[in-house]
Design a protein around this ligand. Structure first.
Ligand SMILES: Cc1cc2nc3c(=O)[nH]c(=O)nc-3n(C[C@H](O)[C@H](O)[C@H](O)COP(=O)(O)OP(=O)(O)OC[C@H]3O[C@@H](n4cnc5c(N)ncnc54)[C@H](O)[C@@H]3O)c2cc1C
Length: 288
């Protein structure tokens, strides 16, 4: 375990990955050899980019997150507010503090409105944007901001494969595939993906020598089996959330059909298989 070290690149023996190039806290470059490199470096994964695997697709959204104390009307439940210009997720985190995440289309974030240059201050624009949501208007006191507004994104970045073409490396978590925060699936997917990676890597390392693409293939197959349905469901919800009339229609249906609501929450909460929510009959009942 080495903290304070940034990975800058992967090293290779011909095509296969043979380790990483790291920048130490003192600014020294160092090559670390490894039989397997696991890229677990998040949404902006250097490992995925250096392997040439990163791709982007719409909808491109960006999140502004902060902690605010004494938000009016917070009662211990999480809240999701969907509007024409994005959505807001809120959840109490104890001590009267609420974590508030505003997710908006990247195209909406104009430099003039959101500040320019390094160290810019997003506070004013962030609170103004929250006020545009009818269910949030007047609930925040900007003086009660207890952690700065942090920005992350754009989302909808994914890797075209979870195993390096030449072998020797694989990707887990957001580095492999980012799930839009709306469905809250990212942490589960990262942890479940890590378990699947551990199974494959432990088996591959029992044999000596380089760990080629074929030895890592079980991980690719296990990911596909575990996440293909979730991926489709998350993309459908992600697209629907960008279309307020559709969101309103589905939410109205869910209010009248608690069984459908339970099914959808179960599928996004990973205790019901995603394919159950993707059945044509269920999708039809969500709309009509
Ligand atoms: C606004 C927002 C709300 C969310 N809400 C939820 C939710 O409610 N529920 C849920 O399940 N998920 C949610 N998610 C998603 C969740 O946060 C991620 O899916 C999860 O953190 C992914 O874990 P990870 O380990 O793959 O990546 P990360 O948590 O991003 O960890 C990556 C780590 O790699 C390190 N790193 C990056 N680059 C390098 C480098 N070059 N060298 C060395 N280290 C590096 C980083 O410092 C970091 O520690 C949300 C995300 C956002 C943006």
């Amino acid at each position: 375990m080495r903290e304070g070290v940034a990975i800058e690149d992967v090293s290779r023996d011909v095509r296969a990955v043979s380790g990483v190039v790291a920048r130490t806290e003192r600014g020294m470059r160092e090559t670390v050899r490894a039989r397997v490199v696991i890229g677990a470096d998040g949404l902006r994964s250097v490992v995925a980019r250096r392997l040439g695997l990163r791709r982007t697709s719409p909808p491109r959204r960006i999140a502004f997150t902060a902690h605010v104390a004494d938000v009016a009307g917070v009662d211990g439940m999480g809240e999701l507010h969907v509007g024409r210009s994005g959505y807001v997720g809120m959840g109490p985190i104890g001590g009267g503090v609420t974590t508030v995440a505003l997710v908006v289309p990247l195209a909406r974030v104009r430099p003039g409105r959101w500040g320019r240059g390094r160290g810019r201050d997003y506070r004013t624009a962030w609170f103004a944007e929250l006020e545009r949501f009818p269910g949030l208007r007047g609930r925040f006191d900007p003086r009660r901001l207890v952690r700065e507004v942090l920005v992350t994104g754009p989302f909808a970045q994914w890797s075209r494969a979870s195993v390096a073409d030449g072998g020797g490396a694989l990707l887990v978590g957001d580095a492999a595939d980012f799930f839009d925060p709306f469905t809250g699936q990212g942490i589960y997917s990262a942890l479940r993906g890590a378990e699947l990676a551990a199974d494959t890597v432990a088996a591959a390392l029992r044999h000596g020598g380089p760990v080629g693409r074929a030895a890592l293939a079980p991980y690719r197959r296990a990911r596909r089996a575990a996440f293909a349905g979730k991926w489709v469901l998350e993309r459908l919800i992600g697209l629907g959330v960008g279309w307020p009339a559709l969101t309103e229609r589905v939410v109205a249906r869910l209010a009248r059909r608690p069984d459908l609501a339970d099914l959808l929450v179960g599928a996004t909460g990973n205790f019901v298989p995603a394919r159950a929510a993707l059945a044509p009959g269920v999708l039809a009942r969500l709309l009509w």
